[in-house]
Design a protein around this ligand. Structure first.
Ligand SMILES: [Fe+2]
Ligand SMILES: [Fe+2]
Length: 292
C-alpha cells in the first residue's frame, strides 16, 4: 500500500465521521421480538441446558453477554490506545502513519464512549476482568515491541469484526445494537486495512522463529478475548443453579462455537504469512479448537 492509500483512509475518516451520538438511534426502544444477541452467539446455545431456559431467561442471557462483550472490547481498545499514544511519539507528525494513527485513536475513543453508553442503555452491570486478564493486558501493553502489539490488536479487530457481523446482519437484533456494530464495522474496516499494511513490513522479513512467535501472540490474544465472555455470575443472574457445572458446559460449548463462527478471517490472515507450522499448529487446535 502506498502513502496514497493511507491518505485516502485519513480523508474518509475526516470527511465522513460517524458520530455515535447521531448514528445510533438511542431513543428507539427494543421491540418485543428483538433480541440482544443472535442465539447462535449465546454461550449456552447448543447445549441441553439451553432448551430448559424460558424465553425471558434466553433474552436476559443475551443482554448480560452482549454487555460483557462490549465491555471487553472497550477495555481492549483502551489498552491499545495507551500503546498507540506511546508509539506515536516515535514518529514524525508529518508521516502518513502518524496522521492515520491519530485518526484511529480518535475513533477508538469514540468507540469506547459508544460502548459505555450502550452498556448504560441496556442497564448492564459488566463483570470486571480477572486478575490474570488485567495482568496480561497491562504487562503486554507496557513491554511488548510494536510489531507484536499490532499483531495482537489486529487479531482482536478481526475477531470483533466477525462477531459484529453476525450481530448486525441478524435482522432480529435490537436496532440500537445493530447500528453500534454497523458503525464499528465501518471504522474497524479501515483500521484493519492499515494494520495489515503495516504488518506486511514485519511478516515479509520474518523467519521461522519470528513467524511462530507472531502466531503465538495472536493465538493468546484471541484466547484472552474469548475467555472474557463466559462468566459464571451471568448464569446466577438468570436464575440457574449449579452454576459451576453450567460454566464448565458453557466454556466447552463456546470454545466450539467461537471456532466455528469467529475465526475464519484470522485463520486466513495467519495462513498468508505461514504462521501455522509444526511449532504452533497444536496450540491453535488445543486452545482454540481451530480446524487447521
Ligand atoms: Fe474500535
Ligand atoms: Fe480499531
Amino acid at each position: 500500500m502506498q502513502d496514497k492509500t493511507i491518505e485516502r483512509l485519513i480523508r474518509i475518516s475526516k470527511e465522513h465521521p460517524l458520530m455515535p451520538e447521531t448514528y445510533v438511534p438511542w431513543q428507539t426502544e427494543r421491540q418485543a421480538d428483538e433480541v440482544y444477541l443472535p442465539e447462535k452467539l449465546l454461550s449456552l446455545e447448543g447445549t441441553p441446558i439451553f432448551d430448559t431456559l424460558t424465553p425471558a431467561q434466553k433474552l436476559e442471557l443475551g443482554r448480560h453477554e452482549i454487555v460483557q462483550v462490549m465491555f471487553s472490547y472497550s477495555w481492549g481498545e483502551a489498552l491499545f490506545c495507551v500503546f498507540m499514544s506511546k508509539y506515536l511519539l516515535t514518529l514524525k507528525p508529518t508521516d502518513a502513519e502518524h496522521r492515520f494513527l491519530l485518526r484511529e485513536l480518535i475513533e477508538e475513543y469514540r468507540h469506547q464512549e459508544m460502548f459505555a453508553q450502550a452498556i448504560t442503555h441496556l442497564g448492564g452491570e459488566p463483570l470486571k476482568q480477572s486478575r490474570a486478564h488485567r495482568f496480561v493486558g497491562t504487562f503486554t501493553t507496557k513491554y511488548l515491541p510494536a510489531d507484536y502489539l499490532f499483531m495482537g490488536s489486529l487479531s482482536v479487530e478481526l475477531i470483533t469484526d466477525m462477531y459484529g457481523n453476525h450481530a448486525r446482519r441478524y435482522p432480529a437484533t435490537y436496532l440500537v445494537l445493530r447500528k453500534i456494530f454497523d458503525l464499528h464495522n465501518i471504522e474497524e474496516g479501515r483500521h484493519i486495512v492499515f494494520t495489515k499494511w503495516l504488518l506486511k513490513r514485519y511478516t515479509e522479513k520474518a523467519g521461522y522463529i519470528k513467524r511462530s512467535l507472531y502466531s503465538f501472540v495472536i493465538l493468546l490474544n484471541i484466547y484472552f478475548v474469548r475467555t472474557m465472555y463466559v462468566k459464571r455470575e451471568i448464569y446466577e443472574r438468570i436464575g440457574l443453579s449449579n452454576t459451576d457445572d453450567v460454566y464448565k458446559v458453557a466454556f466447552k460449548n463456546y470454545r466450539q462455537k467461537f471456532a466455528e463462527n469467529c475465526m475464519k478471517d484470522i485463520i486466513e490472515f495467519v495462513s498468508e504469512w505461514n504462521g501455522f507450522n509444526r511449532v504452533t499448529r497444536w496450540a491453535w487446535r488445543w486452545l482454540l479448537g481451530a480446524e487447521i
